[in-house]
Design a binder for this molecule. Structure first.
Ligand code: CP
Ligand code: NVA
Length: 309
């Protein structure tokens, strides 16, 4: 593969704090413009983005496709049955062929190694739309939402409650670049990856694991949760419901956190499992603002990765 025409977006901490800050500010600036009804900014005119999905999606697919279109580009959806990623041909062949047609590739895959290989052989930037290991675009949207709601990322306490999964790993990698605290409240055996936890502590922020939800959430600025059984783990759902029983974000947990606490969730949410309807619908919940911000954060990411901002 030749040199990449831009930058891959595979993990949050592949970028410096200044670069991440610039992406967030660009996202906010373009959001304001679009919200004011100004659709004249078309930096992606003449550009195409291929979107590879091996898993289901609502937010990621629709926010990427809509965001890219509104800024003048064209996006192509390649679902699980279209290119049959991992089945029909080698990943390195997919990378070289698709990147010879498209200016950028967005991919949602199972194995993290697969997106690394896609990026290795692609001449166009590859943007990670979720793997089993991480979900960096989601946490960039959450960081943007924190700037709007809390007013800052620095010197905050974010408590992630539930499974130490792809969402948790991206929070930890954000903490490698920004000075804030991440506490992962999870059952024994479901902690985040130890090396990723260490990245946060070796970087700008700090991170720890707690097995006591009520201890962990006290004084949090953000209480964040996600499904207990991620895509690909649905066969374990019943077992996980038993193991995670004490880790539901309900009204008692939010009260323990304190009045300053904002509730966040990447969605889709399973009401009655990791959280409840009353919390999702409460005034302190910003889950739909987060979802909307996927589009704006990703516009910021794409503009920077394509060298257009
Ligand atoms: N939060 C998120 O990535 O949602 P989808 O799975 O619907 O894309
Ligand atoms: N952890 C979840 C996130 C969904 C956006 C999953 O991987 O299914």
């Amino acid at each position: 593969a030749g040199p990449v025409k831009g930058h891959h977006f595979l993990h949050i901490d592949d970028f410096s704090r200044d670069e991440l800050w610039a992406m967030l500010q660009t996202g906010l600036k373009v959001k304001k413009q679009l919200k004011e009804g100004d659709e004249s900014y078309k930096p992606f005119a003449g550009k195409t983005m291929a979107m590879i999905f091996t898993k289901p999606s609502m937010r990621t697919r629709v926010s990427f496709e809509t965001g890219f279109f509104r800024l003048g580009g064209h996006a192509i959806y390649l679902g699980p049955d279209t290119i049959e990623f991992g089945k029909r041909e080698a990943t390195k062949d997919i990378a070289r062929v698709i990147s010879s047609y498209n200016d950028v590739i967005m991919a949602r895959l199972f194995g993290h190694q697969d997106i690394l290989e896609l990026a290795e052989f692609s001449q166009s930037p590859v943007v990670n739309g979720l793997t089993d290991y991480n979900h960096p675009c989601q946490i960039m949207a959450d960081a943007l939402t924190m700037l709007e709601v809390v007013g800052r990322i620095d010197n905050t306490k974010v408590v992630y409650v539930g499974d130490g999964n792809n969402i948790t790993h991206s929070w930890l990698r954000l903490a490698a670049r920004f000075p804030f605290e991440v506490v992962c409240a999870c059952p024994e055996g479901y902690e985040p990856d130890a090396a990723t936890l260490a990245l946060a502590n070796a970087g700008a922020g700090s991170a720890r694991v707690s097995h006591d939800i009520m201890e962990a959430v006290k004084g949090a600025d953000v209480i964040y949760t996600d499904v207990w059984a991620s895509m690909g783990q649905k066969a374990e759902a019943a077992e996980r419901r038993r193991v995670f029983e004490q880790f539901q974000v309900n009204e008692q947990v939010m009260a323990q956190a304190g009045e300053q606490a904002t509730f966040m969730h990447c969605l889709p949410a399973e009401r009655g499992t990791e959280t409840i309807d009353e919390v999702v619908e409460a005034p302190y919940s910003v889950v739909f603002q987060e979802a909307e911000n996927r589009m704006h954060a990703q516009n910021g990411i794409l503009l920077h990765c394509l060298g257009l901002a």
